[in-house]
Design a protein around this ligand. Structure first.
Ligand code: FAD
Length: 381
């Protein structure tokens, strides 16, 4: 039976525990979570919680029923894969060493920050969301850095709260980093009433405001930095695990060290769709990957692979965007516009084969699109 230790207390970790028990694993499961609160879901943090529609988003995780020893406030600070030991809370009175037979790393990722000593908020935790919400009051000057998913969702909430909103984006268009300039440009109209400054970099955040690379200083009451996330891998250095930007795994979540899996935002998983190891920082990945990870923990040698067509969504400016697939920058792009001239649908293809689909308030097309990917473009409605 043995002892499974799961590091991280988010979506991937909770799903993994549930699948282990469903698969009749009867050994002990210990979950080490750096957070002080029970596991919760993150997408609502930049949507319903920020909008004041709800105050939390607990994940279903019945520790009694699952017979899981959940240790909150417990941060993994080192890993010795030879002696199979996780060090926690090093340098404090709570320092401890926890032995395992099998280990799952599901520590997610942490927001990147900009240089400078001025106050800047990021949005990753429930506390982050509640702290930001408190500051989104009518008339507050809010500068959002980054016009990608988090930036667009924060700008949505700030505008709705009556704030004076600016957004600074390094790329030429909103969402351009993922969707490309042409598709991004078709979302520009949604930013009405927001001072959107594209092709502009931020040099630093200082006490007097946000310093831009064109010399402008944007005064701000609130600065929200949404420029991406990185897994924190510092505690894994010297562990013998192969690390790149994330923990490298195969399609069964296996790292190079037998008995150690990684899953969710922290994992840089092999993907046949992109022919590379990819960080897939989406809810769907963290939610669905548990079966492969659990199977590998229980039987290292065989099991199902996890390499689905990637899917993610974003709710912004009163719209639901859904994207499925993987496109390359040189894929053939077709854009359909809504009556107001803004983005309705985008499809990407290569050699006549559909590679990716993006819809705006087109949920009904999602499943057909997902089915059609990898087949002829014509197969899509
Ligand atoms: P996480 O949810 O980050 O959980 C990791 C946990 O591990 C955290 O609790 C962390 O505190 C803990 N931890 C970290 N280091 C340690 C350590 N050393 N020791 C112990 N514990 C540690 N995706 C979408 O597809 N659509 C969306 O609309 C969407 N919206 C989002 C909105 C927000 C505000 C955020 C932050 C993310 C959003 N995502 C969205 C992404 C999605 O939430 C993540 O992909 C998902 O949460 C990843 O789950 P995870 O379990 O891998 O990591």
């Amino acid at each position: 039976h043995g002892r499974v230790v799961v590091v991280g207390g988010g979506l991937a970790a909770t799903r993994l525990c549930a699948v282990l028990r469903r698969k009749k694993f009867r050994g002990s499961i210990t979950v080490l979570s750096a957070e002080e609160v029970a596991p919760y879901d993150r997408p609502p943090l930049s949507k319903q919680v920020l909008a004041g529609e709800r105050d939390d988003a607990p994940l279903p995780f019945d520790t009694a029923k699952l017979d899981v020893d959940l240790r909150l406030g417990t941060r993994a600070t080192g890993l010795d894969t030879e002696s199979r030991t996780v060090m926690v809370n090093a340098g404090s009175d709570e320092a401890d060493a926890i032995a395992y037979d099998a280990l799952a790393i599901a520590t997610g990722a942490a927001p990147l920050r900009l240089p400078g000593d001025g106050p800047q908020l990021t949005l990753r935790t429930l506390d982050d969301s509640l702290a930001l919400r408190e500051r989104l009051v009518p008339g507050a000057r809010v500068v959002v850095v980054g016009a990608s998913w988090i930036g667009a969702e924060v700008a949505t909430a700030a505008r709705a709260a009556g704030c004076v909103v600016s957004c600074v984006e390094f790329g030429a268009e909103p969402l351009a980093g993922v969707l490309g300039d042409e598709v991004g440009a078709a979302t520009r109209a949604w930013w009405e009433g927001i001072d959107l400054r594209t092709s502009t970099g931020v040099t630093s955040v200082e006490a007097d405001g946000v310093h831009l690379d064109d010399g402008t200083v944007l005064p701000a009451d609130v600065v929200v930095t949404g420029i991406g996330v990185r897994p924190d891998l510092a505690w894994l250095s010297g562990s013998g695990l192969e690390l790149d930007r994330g923990v490298l795994t195969d399609t069964r979540c296996r790292t190079n060290v037998p008995g150690v899996v990684a899953l969710g935002d922290v994992a840089q998983r092999w993907s046949a769709h992109s022919d590379s190891h990819r960080l897939v920082e989406h809810w769907d990945e963290a939610a669905m990957v548990a079966t492969a990870a659990a199977t590998s923990l229980l039987d290292w040698s065989t099991g199902p692979e996890h390499d689905p067509v990637p899917y993610f969504w974003s709710d912004q400016f009163g719209r639901k965007l859904q994207y499925v697939g993987v496109h390359a920058p040189d894929d053939v792009l077709a854009i359909d516009k809504a009556e107001d001239g803004s983005l309705l649908r985008a499809t990407w293809s290569r050699d006549g084969v559909l590679t990716a689909w993006l819809g705006v308030d087109l949920s009904k097309e999602l499943i057909p699109a997902r089915t059609a990917i990898g087949g002829p473009v014509a197969a899509l409605g």
